[in-house]
Structures are given as structure tokens and as C-alpha cells.
Design a protein around this ligand. Structure first.
Ligand code: 13P
Length: 228
């Protein structure tokens, strides 16, 4: 079971350090825990990964960080393809695949995000599958260190997660593309995590807002531990 926290553009370096110290007070007992703080709070710790990175060692890419900056903190884990980067930062599938391949060649563990917007979901599961397929173009879905995160855009930050049926059906479809772990993300909270991780083909969760409170996140890890 995998329980991951995406802080997005929340928390400073000192707040992240404090959070990590608190989090480390519990034993993870076989649950894989990952934490994605903002770039300014990257630090050397096995569970920490980057929310984004440019596909180059270094170079003239204003505002970006690359392999050299990640290496400084021994970071070996990266999130690629999050819908906020696809939609707000306008990252193309071609660029996302470029990032994937660069960090794959560097042996990184890659949390690769996919997920459809509401207008596609409204058209039904076949349209959803077609859309998700377009988001994996150029990506090796059998990469040994790949973790797929299914995050329907309409469930992110809305407080309304996909229904258990929708998660079950969509993860089953994604399972046809990959044998690697598949996480669900999108309004995962303390009151729904258990029923979500019990679903077939759900190997864990990627949590945004609910992860910002360390005690809540610790509770979530506890629930995942009890599941095993
Ligand atoms: P929320 O948990 O805030 O819906 O965010 C989910 C997400 O985007 C994690 O990457």
C-alpha cells in the first residue's frame, strides 16, 4: 500500500521539516510513504520527492530545477503529469513524456498522474479510457519504478471524490495498461480513505489538501497499515 502527500504550493521549508519530524514518530510498517513538498522545501530524506523537474541536468531554463538540484538532496522520486501542470501550466503530452523518459533514464521512481476532466467523464467510461490513453502516450507503463496515479480532475480539491464504482471501473481499465501500482487521488479524506483503498486495483492514494495536516496524514497511514 502506498500513501503519498502532495503539498502543491503549500508550506515553507521549516514547516515541511517540522511536519517530517512529526511524521517520523510513527512506524510505516510496510506502507510506502511519499511526500512531495514545494521545490523550496526539498530536503534529503528517503520519503521526499519533487513535484516537478525539468528534463535536463542543468541549463538555461529560468524558474526550473533539474537533475543537478535534485541530486544535491539525493532526491530519487518525482511526480510527473499532474493535472495542475497539464492544465494550468499548459504542459503538453510530448513534454510530459520527455520528462518521464529523462527521469526514467536516471532511475527515478516516477509517480505518473493521469485523469480526465468533467466533460469527458460525462461522456462515459469509453471516452474516459480514450482520454487516459492520450495521457500515457510516449510513456513506458511497465517501467519498474513506475507508480500510476489516477486523479480525475473534477475530484481534485472539490471535496467530492469519485464514487467507489467510478474508481473501481476506471482502475480496472487502467490495469489493462499496466501491472504497476495504481493510486487514486482526488478529495481523499480521513472519512473515505478506507473504502477507497479496499477497492480492487487500488494500491494506494495520492492526497492533496487532507495531507497538509500531519495528524490527519498520520491517521491515513495508520488506516493503510491496518489494511495489510
Ligand atoms: P486533493 O486531495 O486536495 O483533492 O488533491 C488531490 C491531488 O491533486 C493530489 O495530487
Amino acid at each position: 500500500m502506498i500513501v503519498a502527500a502532495n503539498f502543491k504550493m503549500h508550506k515553507t521549508r521549516s514547516q515541511t521539516q517540522e511536519y517530517l519530524n512529526e511524521l517520523k514518530k510513527i512506524k510505516f510498517n510496510g506502507v510506502k510513504v511519499a511526500l512531495f513538498p514545494p521545490a523550496s522545501a526539498l530536503m534529503e530524506d528517503k520519503i521526499v520527492g519533487a513535484q516537478n523537474a525539468y528534463p535536463a541536468i542543468n541549463g538555461a531554463y529560468t524558474g526550473e530545477i533539474g537533475l543537478e538540484q535534485l541530486n544535491e538532496f539525493n532526491i530519487k522520486r518525482v511526480l510527473i503529469g499532474h493535472s495542475e501542470r497539464r492544465h494550468i501550466l499548459n504542459e503538453s503530452q510530448k513534454f510530459i513524456a520527455e520528462k518521464f523518459n529523462f527521469y526514467k533514464n536516471q532511475g527515478f521512481e516516477i509517480f505518473y498522474c493521469i485523469g480526465e476532466p468533467l466533460e469527458i467523464r460525462k461522456k462515459g467510461i469509453e471516452a474516459v479510457v480514450e482520454y487516459l490513453k492520450s495521457q500515457i502516450e510516449g510513456v513506458d507503463l511497465e517501467y519498474e519504478k513506475l507508480i500510476v496515479a489516477y486523479e480525475p480532475v473534477w475530484a481534485i480539491g472539490t471535496g467530492v471524490s469519485a464514487s467507489l464504482e467510478e474508481i473501481k471501473e476506471t482502475h480496472k481499465e487502467i490495469r489493462n495498461f499496466t501491472s504497476k501500482p495504481i493510486l487514486y487521488g482526488g478529495s481523499v479524506k480521513l472519512n473515505n480513505i478506507k473504502e477507497i483503498i479496499e477497492i480492487e486495483n487500488v494500491d494506494g492514494v495520492l492526497v492533496g489538501s487532507a495531507s497538509l495536516d500531519v495528524n490527519t496524514f498520520k491517521e491515513m497511514i495508520k488506516i493503510a497499515k491496518d489494511m495489510k
